[in-house]
Design a protein around this ligand. Sequence first.
Ligand SMILES: O=C(O)c1ccccc1NCC(=O)[C@H](O)[C@H](O)COP(=O)(O)O
Length: 222
Amino acid sequence: MSNLTIKICGLSTEETLATALDAGVDMIGLVFFPKSPRHVSLMDACKLADQARGKAEIVALTVDMDFDGLSRINELVRPDWFQFHGQESPEYCAVAKSAFPQKIMKALGVSEPDDLEKARVYEPVVDRILFDAKPPAGSDLPGGNGVSYDWTILKGLDLGKPFMLSGGLDAANVAEAITRSGVSAIDASSGVEREKGVKDNELIRAFVAAARSAQVSGSNEQ
Ligand SMILES: O=C(O)c1ccccc1NCC(=O)[C@H](O)[C@H](O)COP(=O)(O)O
């Protein structure tokens, strides 16, 4: 049994969600951000969440959403997690954590070791940190850009909460990313797409197989 946690983000069709679940992913991400090609309506999200419930943890990804919006997602979609992928402050995360039953994951854009320090102020008030690549200049999207960073900056990181690596991961590089970073949780979106926003069944299967084949050295899960 693998101690690697795999999340596929930005699933938006029943078919590709079924493939991800069949491949054995641990978490699936639904994107609630209208500018994203992976955005799902509340109605579609409800159907996709029902399909995934009990098979993988459901992550609702939002970007600086107001609490009325989070409340609607909570009531209708009933995700296991909120993933905050904008400029949400630690205070915002703390209030959301006390207001909603979901676990909270905060995404932080990183490129160098100093960037990891940002996690220290979030760690007490969230359940997990996602270390993602910073968006390239000019991108409309704070995540899902298919760009990588130096994974080795995560090696040996001692944080009070579990953390996850994302940013440009695909079947060809995920095993190396796991080995070089020492992480035990990974997330991908663009790397399992045949074009921007369009997930591909074969790429999903290949990604999960490559990730499961990697040597997971430690545990960033608690
Ligand atoms: O995926 C999106 O479209 C998106 C939009 C707005 C905020 C975040 C978004 N994605 C966040 C994710 O969790 C991605 O999986 C993560 O950034 C990695 O993406 P990629 O580099 O494409 O694998």
